[in-house]
Design a protein around this ligand. Structure first.
Ligand SMILES: Nc1ncnc2c1ncn2[C@@H]1O[C@H](COP(=O)(O)OP(=O)(O)OP(=O)(O)O)[C@@H](O)[C@H]1O
Length: 469
């Protein structure tokens, strides 16, 4: 049974909330001041704490800070009559998970408490995953947001995780497909095993088979030693096949065979090896359409698509912006080793008005750049370096006169492609998707525009191979 603490000095509201939440099966405790809250906090562990923002013996943010100090695992929901953005940002910065504006219908509080409990469970699972995964330990982040779409997504994650079915995750680039896959793995029965992510689009066609199924030493030129392959590595755990839509057709049929037999055939070997691997696939492409166009095997699609989940684009859930910004800033503080970063009030508003086609990844990049560039520890709108929507930069030649149309178009293409590369940390495949181009077309454009060796400033992995390598 989940424990809830209500801190509210208005007796009628406190009683109503206590009765209502008790009737929903929670173990509910009440306090009417910081002093009484302290006593409750020393006697019990709470999953969720509902706190008023103004109390007779403290102001709300000071109380939230105190709670986060003595009960860091409790999820704090703030109840406030003040609906300003400033208040919202203050409470998020102090560590509150969400807030609700008074007066509110009791059903809304029930919904918020359920979300907070789901969020707490995911936090536990992510911590669990962080401890267990031997790979990508630094990449485990939380799935932030309490919009209806994200709540539904979390509900589905909890449901599918404990079954062993294959899952297909569809969504635009940067919407958190890999994060969802990690969450499923963390909650699954096979979370003792490894989570092995493979980006199918990033492996040259000729190597996909050996990469997935392994190979025997000497089975082809360059196979200097035997490799077990991703399937066997993930046996007893989860294999995450990202960009499954890019898998060559002949490998699709081999994958189908593995899924049907639970056996892999390493390249160059006559015998098979048993595997017990859960498959989670992801794609930004319309696989159903690819099946209709004969580009993806229908039988494989059915096999992979036992359950399908959709990660919503950020523009359809802008209400998640404060929670995302708050989470990203927390992560940045650790990464950049800088003291607490704050955002100016207008920043959230500005971000909510951006198209953010690269979704949460683009948001992270914008905030990371701003965090590096901002003068003090506060990020202001000017630090975001967002494109002005109503001003088109004129293209001038070296004499300061207007360029001819062709040169202007070339220049614009160059700038736009560089922006896409910066938004995707230099990843050619993701930049191509952002631009609505095939990877091959992007490589041709990079060559033509003299950007072949371009290394994105946001790239963490150093220079990237050029297209013909
Ligand atoms: N809801 C979210 N909460 C917190 N961080 C998120 C969320 N969604 C995405 N992110 C972050 O955004 C970045 C991109 O997410 P992720 O790699 O999971 O996206 P993706 O959909 O798999 O992208 P791609 O299709 O380009 O591989 C990651 O750093 C991830 O942690």
């Amino acid at each position: 049974m989940s424990n809830i603490l209500i801190i509210e000095d208005e007796p009628v509201l406190n009683d109503n909330l206590n009765q209502f939440l008790s009737s929903k099966g929670y173990q509910v405790y009440s306090a009417d001041s910081k002093a009484t809250a302290k006593i409750q906090l020393s006697d019990h562990l709470f999953d969720v704490i509902l706190s008023d923002l103004r109390l007779p013996d403290t102001n709300g943010t000071e109380l939230i800070e105190y709670i986060k100090e003595v009960a860091p695992a409790s999820i704090v929901l703030v109840m406030t009559a003040y609906s300003s953005l400033e208040t919202a940002l203050d409470v998020f910065h102090c560590g509150a998970h969400d807030y609700i504006i008074k007066p509110f219908p009791l059903q809304e509080i029930e919904h918020k408490v359920e979300n907070a409990l789901q969020y707490k469970q995911l936090l536990n699972e992510n911590a669990n995953l962080r401890n267990r995964l031997q790979q990508g330990e630094d990449n485990i982040e939380l799935l932030a947001g309490s919009s209806p779409q994200m709540c539904e997504l979390r509900r589905l994650i909890s449901k599918v995780a404990v079954t062993n079915t294959n899952v297909l995750i569809q969504g635009e680039s940067g919407t958190g497909k890999e994060l969802v896959a990690q969450s499923i793995h963390a909650r699954s029965l096979n979370n003792e095993g490894l989570f092995v992510p493979v980006n199918v689009a990033a492996i040259p066609d000729g190597l996909v088979e050996s990469y997935l199924f392994g190979h025997i030493k000497g089975s082809f030129t360059g196979a200097n030693q035997t490799r077990e392959g991703a399937f066997r590595m993930a046996s007893g755990g989860t294999l995450f096949l990202d960009e499954i839509g890019e898998m060559p057709l002949q490998i699709q049929s081999k994958l189908l065979r593995v899924l049907e037999d639970s056996q892999v055939y390493p390249v160059g070997s006559d015998s098979s090896v048993p595997v017990d691997t859960r498959i989670i696939c992801a794609t930004h492409r319309d696989l159903e359409q690819m099946v209709a166009d004969g580009e993806f095997r229908e039988d494989l699609w059915y096999r992979l698509n036992v359950v399908d989940l959709a990660t919503p684009p950020l523009r359809e859930r802008m209400e998640d912006m404060p929670a995302l910004v708050s989470l990203i800033l927390q992560l940045l503080q650790t990464e950049l080793k800088r003291p607490i970063l704050e955002v100016d009030n207008d920043v959230i508003h500005h971000l909510m008005n951006q198209p953010l086609k690269g979704n949460v990844r683009e948001l992270k990049n914008i905030l990371e750049r701003a965090a590096v560039l901002c003068d003090d520890n506060t990020i202001r709108v000017k630090d975001l370096a967002l494109p002005s929507s109503d001003l088109i930069n004129l293209q001038l030649d070296e004499n300061g006169t207007l360029s001819d149309l062709n040169s202007a178009v070339e220049k614009f293409k160059q700038q736009h492609i560089v922006a896409a590369l910066e938004n995707t940390e230099g990843c050619r495949e993701s930049a191509a998707r952002l631009l609505g181009l095939s990877t091959a077309t992007l490589y041709r454009q990079l060559d033509k525009l003299g950007l072949k060796g371009y290394v994105a400033r946001s790239s963490k992995s150093g220079p990237l191979p050029s297209g013909d390598e």
